[in-house]
Design a protein around this ligand. Structure first.
Ligand code: ADP
Ligand code: MG
Length: 304
């Protein structure tokens, strides 16, 4: 009953709601070195929710599995212009950007299986850690120069490993969003991830910070989920979103239809949770004390 009441309230609160536009493009990488914790699900559904809230959003699928591309309904057969051509062949990002079928203001740079070779191909290349950053900066400033609407949010979906693909994402982003699954061992590996972010700050991207934690696959009926959530909130009170994402069949079904849950079943509790989380992320992004490190849509090499 409590869940039904909450969903009804959210439906009313979120209906036709427009989210606040950030002062500058926010670039987030969704990271967690564990697989299956909801990185891709979180990337695509927050992106779609922000797009539904009226913002311009780009998802860069940086995982050779191409799951984000699938969920956004974007073609990603081998040979399709993708993040691989951008990283390895210096193709402009614009040449790989596709519009998602369900939202006119949601774009995706797909990943094809070709990307699995990039990890090795990049090793011997110049500026191997900054290639994605350069490509995105150029794309954003070209959009700006041509008078197109700015992109408000960029989400980079990462593979679970810490290779050059993930390093490129950490160099490109200003913010790290960590989805945490409310289950056993959820916190294991978290300190390793935080150390990695510190290393990135020290050596490759001084602007990077963990800005957001989202608790996912939350089952309010189990003590375990409540314990994990309480522990995360205790350690990270300021950056953990109040909204938790429940375990939901609709969320897991949506990618099978090439959709996010936001378009697949907008009234479901999973969609409402992602909409609510997106609103929270957007509101925090414009509050002065929470504002992300200033970023510009012009070309800048402010990172180290
Ligand atoms: P990752 O990208 O971290 O590997 P995914 O986002 O692909 O993780 O999620 C792993 C699996 O869990 C997928 O099958 C996905 O559909 C499912 N899943 C993710 N979030 C939820 C949720 N809130 N409720 C139900 N299933 C979920
Ligand atoms: Mg994934």
């Amino acid at each position: 009953m409590a869940e039904l009441a909450r969903d009804a309230r959210r439906r009313i609160e979120l209906r036709g709601r427009r989210f606040p536009r950030p002062p500058a493009t926010r670039v987030l990488t969704v990271a967690n070195q564990k697989g299956g914790v909801g990185k891709t699900t979180t990337s695509v559904n927050l992106a779609a929710a922000l797009a539904k809230g009226g913002l311009n959003v780009l998802v860069i699928d940086n995982d050779p599995q191409g799951n984000a591309s699938t969920a956004l309904g974007i073609e990603h057969r081998s040979g399709t212009p993708s993040v691989y051509e951008v990283l390895v062949d210096d193709a402009p990002l614009a040449s790989a950007v596709r519009t998602c079928p369900d939202f006119a203001n949601l774009w995706c740079v797909p990943a094809t299986i070709d990307l699995s070779g990039a990890e090795i191909e990049l090793v011997s290349m110049d500026s191997r850690e900054t290639r994605l950053r350069t490509a995105l900066d150029t794309y954003l400033s070209e959009r700006d120069a041509s008078g197109q609407d700015p992109i408000d949010y960029v989400f980079i979906d990462c593979p679970p490993s810490l290779g050059l693909l993930t390093v490129n994402a950490f160099v490109t982003a200003r913010e790290v969003l960590i989805p945490i699954q409310c289950e056993y061992y959820a916190l294991e590996g978290l300190s390793q991830l935080l150390n990695t972010v510190e290393l990135m700050r020290a050596h490759l991207n001084a602007e990077l910070r963990v800005s957001t934690i989202l608790l996912t696959m939350y089952d309010a009926r189990t003590n375990l989920a409540q314990q994990v959530a309480a522990e995360v909130r205790e350690h990270f009170p300021d950056i953990t979103l109040r909204t938790t994402v429940p375990r939901s069949v609709r969320i897991s079904e949506a990618p099978g239809y090439g959709q996010t849950v936001i378009s697949y079943d907008a009234g479901s509790s999973g969609a409402l949770a992602y909409l609510e989380a997106a609103r929270e992320l957007a509101v925090r992004g414009v509050e002065p004390d929470q504002a992300p490190t200033s970023t510009t849509t012009t070309k800048d090499d402010g990172h180290e």
